[in-house]
Write a new protein. Structure first.
Lengths: 330, 286
């Protein structure tokens, strides 16, 4: 069996497990957690476009996530249908991403990070303080989920499948994106911006388009979020939410497709498990950050592989050393 | 007219506080290229230290000083044992300081609970000065004076002393500074401790005005960011001017457009980014 076949097989098994999940996972609570994981996986994949492939670390993506959610929620509240609400949510997030990108791409590296952080805080400030529009801290309630093709999404299982479909579409889009010439040129601007520029690529435009792509899928995740929670509040746009998303990307391993998904699963599961026992999720989040940075800076997936190999090789080295001793003894 | 003047005084005193906060942030960022996302936490933790000392009956200035020294020591430890290992890895530094800021925020919530603490204005500085029928709260004027005094002291330190020359050399070109024998690593620890101490000092000074509450760190950090983006990184003059600009915008925005006050704060940053990305007083980094 070649590596490609093994990969395909693993993918098929994973897909099968995902499709049959409601029947083996046991209980609505777990189905809901699975929906959350998929929802945040879409968000983490979107952020990974910039962080992993573009080398541009954004700390303002929760703002984009929230903008789409707020736009749709406010449309729904004012009596528009789900279709109009979702379409306008996505349009608004694309416009917002363009504004974010134009401002943030004045800089790269740390400058980019600080500007996106500040922009994300603006969104938070609007959501929190502009009570006339957003109801401030009370948030916006979203009543009812949409019924695509007449299928009700009100049960946990049906919503899980809807989320799974969106997740698979986004994963497919990411795969295409990574393999496309555009994805290659984005990686080029990450590694060698000056060379890319000399080769005649418009580095700024490539980054701008990548930002729009990333913002769009963040918005999609935001829409899933408001339908999952039936509620959106300023909390969603906090710096903490951006940091959580970044933790998903980095803990799983950047610039891979699997990494952000694993990261989303780890963070969502930990958040649910930790919050069930202690109320100190923020401290746990912080400590995890510090530990990952200190011990596995390359991400949990590659990091565990490295530590495993290290342990394995040191065990192997010890094994031959003990073997001759036994021979002598006999 | 009197409302205008009151707002102006508030703006200037808030600007003074912002300068204490952002001067250190700007130096740390300018010299060490460390985007210290726990600077707001230094401010908040320092303020909490201060109110605790005050609650034990300590003198206000002594409390501010002790809190600043304690925070400086904590800052030095963080720089020496955590950030030093990550030299040059900006993303890792960002995540580390962000993670630590969450830990600090949660610890503060645990120790000082969620209720806001507002110490009384120090005795002797209460009340207001009356100048031609207008009232100026004395404590706020004192805050401005202290901030200006510290600004002058910092300026003297950076521009007129040997240490300052070494700092400037480090800002301009750290590798060459090392080559000519400046111990840049020690400077880094010193600057980090100084920045942390200044932020804590500002936190205690601000406590009677702003009060101390959970989330203060998250509110102050973006403001420090804006000040530094506006004024240009590594520039003390930039931090000073930026602080007062933001101080005015914040107070007048709060009074005239309460819904949008927070957004108005960010407008000058946006403008500066578009017109002059290196900040008002920043140098173009090659």
């Amino acid at each position: 069996m070649t590596a490609a076949q093994a990969k395909l097989g693993a993918l098929a098994v994973a897909l099968l497990l995902l499709v049959t999940l409601p029947w083996w996972v046991g209980g609505t609570y777990y189905i809901n957690i699975a929906s959350q994981i998929l929802l945040y996986a879409v968000f983490a994949l979107a952020l990974n476009v910039l962080v992993g492939y573009g080398g541009l670390v954004s700390l303002g993506h929760a703002g984009l996530f929230a903008i789409a959610g707020y736009a749709a929620a406010l449309m729904l509240e004012n009596g528009y249908g789900h279709l109009e609400a979702n379409v306008s949510g996505l349009l608004v997030v694309i416009v917002a991403s363009a504004v974010f990108a134009v401002l943030a791409l004045r800089a790269t590296g740390i400058g980019f990070l600080m500007i996106t952080l500040a922009l994300g805080q603006i969104v938070w400030g609007l959501a929190y303080r502009w009570a006339g529009l957003t109801h401030g801290d009370n948030g916006v309630n979203v009543s009812g989920r949409p019924m695509p093709f007449g299928i009700s999404l009100s049960s946990a299982t049906s919503f899980y499948f809807a989320t799974l479909v969106v997740f698979l579409v986004s994963l497919g889009a990411m795969m295409l994106f990574v393999r496309s010439p555009f994805g290659a040129s984005l990686r080029g601007t990450r590694d060698q911006p000056r060379r890319m520029n000399a080769l005649g690529y418009n580095v700024w435009l490539i980054r701008f388009l990548a930002f729009l792509f990333s913002g769009f899928w963040s918005g999609v995740a935001g829409l899933l979020f408001i339908y999952y929670n039936a509620f959106i509040s300023p909390q969603v746009s906090q710096l903490q939410s951006s940091a959580e998303a970044l933790l998903m990307v980095i803990s799983g391993g950047t610039a891979t497709l699997l990494g952000p998904i694993v990261g989303a699963a780890i963070v969502v599961i930990m958040k649910n498990v930790v919050s069930a026992y202690v109320e100190r999720w923020n401290m746990a989040l912080g400590i995890i950050f510090v530990l990952i940075i200190t011990f596995m800076p390359e991400g949990l997936v590659p990091g565990s592989v490295r530590l495993w190999k290290l342990a394995w090789s040191s065990w192997r080295r010890r094994a031959p050393a003990t073997a001759p001793a036994e021979e002598r003894a006999s | 007219m009197s409302q205008f003047l009151t707002l102006a005084v508030n703006s200037i005193s808030y600007g003074g506080l912002l300068f204490l906060l952002s001067a250190g942030f700007s130096l740390i960022f300018g010299l060490m290229r460390i985007p210290n996302l726990m600077h707001g936490s230094f401010f908040m933790l320092g303020a909490y230290f201060g109110v605790t000392f005050l609650a034990r009956g300590m003198n206000f200035w002594l409390a501010a000083l002790v809190s600043a020294v304690a925070m400086g020591a904590i800052g030095a430890l963080i720089e020496r044992f955590l950030l030093r290992r990550l030299a040059g890895q900006e993303l890792a530094q960002v995540l580390l300081t962000l993670g630590l800021s969450f830990v600090v925020a949660d610890l503060c919530l645990m120790v000082w609970t969620g209720d806001p603490w507002q110490p009384a204005t120090p005795s002797g500085l209460t009340g207001a000065m009356v100048v031609s029928g207008l009232f100026f709260p004395i404590f706020r004027l004192v805050v401005v004076l202290v901030a200006v005094a510290i600004a002058i002291a910092l300026w003297l330190l950076v521009d007129w002393t040997r240490l300052g020359a070494m700092i400037r050399a480090g800002v301009d070109d750290a590798p060459i500074a090392r080559v000519v024998g400046i111990k840049v690593s020690q400077l880094f620890t010193l600057i980090f401790a100084l920045g942390a101490g200044l932020a804590a000092f500002g936190g205690v000074m601000g406590a009677p005005i702003l009060s101390v509450y959970p989330g203060l760190d998250g509110e102050m950090l973006p403001v420090a960011l804006i000040v530094v983006i506006l004024g240009g990184t590594g520039s003390l003059l930039g931090a000073l001017v930026g602080s007062f600009v933001i101080g005015f915008l914040y107070n007048f925005g709060q009074a005239w457009f309460p819904d949008l006050a927070y957004v108005i704060l960010f407008l000058p940053m946006v403008l500066v980014l578009v017109v002059r990305p290196q900040g008002l007083f920043g140098k173009v980094v090659p």
